[in-house]
Design a protein around this ligand. Structure first.
Ligand SMILES: *Cc1c(COP(=O)(O)O)cnc(C)c1O
Length: 404
């Protein structure tokens, strides 16, 4: 049992509760979305919009649990989509709010339908802007181009760096100047850049300076500039005054609307993955516990990014019992990580991973025949509501539908 209070940010909403009793009745594994956490994040984003007049969108690729859109729409101006399905989801589930779409390349057959949902449509090349821009304009849409300022402010994981050499995301200045003609340029209502990942506002300022230095002569006359996502606005150490200063500067200098489209920041520290220990054993000096969840299936970013997700009541001062937590799948690397516990784990112990609302529920898969976790909502009054549950059919029918 807990010897120290776990006061880390991912578990802040559980501070006055006994989460082990709270979550004891639920089926594992389950994602538990935390309404109080979503509201805390939302209030911060709302204030940035009120302070500056900018508009903040939910990037749905990080979080698309539409049951929560009626709550989130109190705090965001709309949704950002990566393509047709997310655009449709945003239009259907956050009706009346803005829908912005960016896609690496649009398909001819889907483009007319995307235009039914989208208010803003952002292209990834001058060629696609030239090909589809006039049609979008004729339908009354606001048209933008994603640029690549070639300014890397993140080190380490190039998988999240659209400014890395050879990037396929955004038009570099040299391509812009080589391919752009006056007629195509006249289609532009705005520009979009997305270069950050879990970053603070000094990196935004650095990026903005690069955008202005390189593309400055194309900015006057635009209606909007979209700063993309990757702004960790709701993190404790995020410098909000500097963000607001940057937004105001751009709005006042160029008389544009500024959009931000964070994913993570909208749902930061607003969810848990509750899982159970199925078995424990030692391999030489290693203590091992097998859980009923999987990094590969339920939190793929743990392997993709990679990162160590925060786990309640571990890695606290004086905790020195090391345990490696892994999955029941047969992938050797399906290990969540090594944690320091107060003591040994045993069968049926409950474990609570934190910050599990983002890039989880929308990224799960059924590799190895793993069941999908239920999706629950922990209300502000701490009652728990089931939003979705899954079974064998969800595993089977994504592999085939016709009977032989
Ligand atoms: C991924 C992405 C976002 C959201 O990024 P976060 O890191 O979750 O804030 C926003 N816009 C675009 C174009 C993206 O690709």
């Amino acid at each position: 049992m807990t010897r120290h209070k776990d006061t880390r940010a991912p578990f802040r909403q559980l501070a006055n509760l006994d989460p082990y009793s709270l979550f004891a009745p639920i089926k594992t594994p389950s994602f538990v979305l935390d309404e109080a956490g979503l509201i805390d994040d939302g209030e911060i984003l709302k204030k940035v919009q009120e302070d500056t007049g900018c508009r903040i969108l939910l990037a749905q690729k990080a979080f698309s649990n539409f049951n929560l859109y009626p709550l989130l729409e109190r705090y965001v101006a709309g949704t950002e989509a990566s393509g047709l399905y997310e655009a449709r989801l945003g239009k259907e589930e956050m009706p009346g709010k803005e829908v912005h779409v960016f896609c690496g390349a649009y398909r001819e057959e889907e483009f007319p339908e995307i235009l039914e949902y989208a208010d803003h449509i952002v292209f990834n090349s001058v060629h696609q802007l030239r090909k589809y821009g006039p049609f979008a304009k004729a339908k009354g849409k606001s048209v933008g181009l994603r640029i690549n300022p070639e300014c890397s402010t993140q080190v380490g994981h190039d998988i999240y760096n659209p400014c890395a050499p050879g990037s396929r995301l955004g038009v570099t200045l040299s391509n812009f100047e080589k391919e752009m003609d006056a007629e195509t340029l006249s289609l532009l209502d705005g520009i979009h850049f997305h270069t950050l990942c879990q970053q603070n506002s000094p990196d935004l300022v650095t990026t903005w300076n690069a955008v202005e230095r390189k593309f400055g002569k194309y900015l006057p006359g635009l209606k909007w500039i979209n700063f993309g996502g990757g702004h960790h606005i709701t993190r404790d150490d995020y410098d909000i005054p500097l963000l607001e200063q940057c937004i105001r500067h751009v709005m006042e200098t160029y008389h544009v609307m500024v959009y931000l489209e964070p994913g993570e920041a909208v749902v930061l520290n607003a969810g848990y993955l509750v899982t159970k220990v199925l078995d424990t054993f030692d391999n030489g000096p290693y203590h091992i516990a097998i859980l009923d969840t999987s990094a590969a299936c339920h939190m793929p970013d743990v392997i993709e990014m990679p990162y160590l997700p925060p786990l309640y009541d571990t890695d606290l001062e004086g905790y020195n019992y090391h345990i490696r937590l892994g999955s029941q799948t047969c992938l050797s690397g399906d290990v969540i990580g090594d944690y320091r516990f107060a003591g040994p784990l045993k069968e049926n112990d409950l474990l609570i991973f934190g910050d599990m609302a983002l890039y989880t529920t929308c990224k799960t898969n059924t590799f190895n025949g793993m069941p999908l976790p239920d999706i629950l909502l922990l209300h502000q009054d701490r009652s728990i509501e089931k939003l979705a549950s899954f079974g064998y059919e969800d595993f089977k029918y994504r592999l085939g539908r016709t009977k032989r």
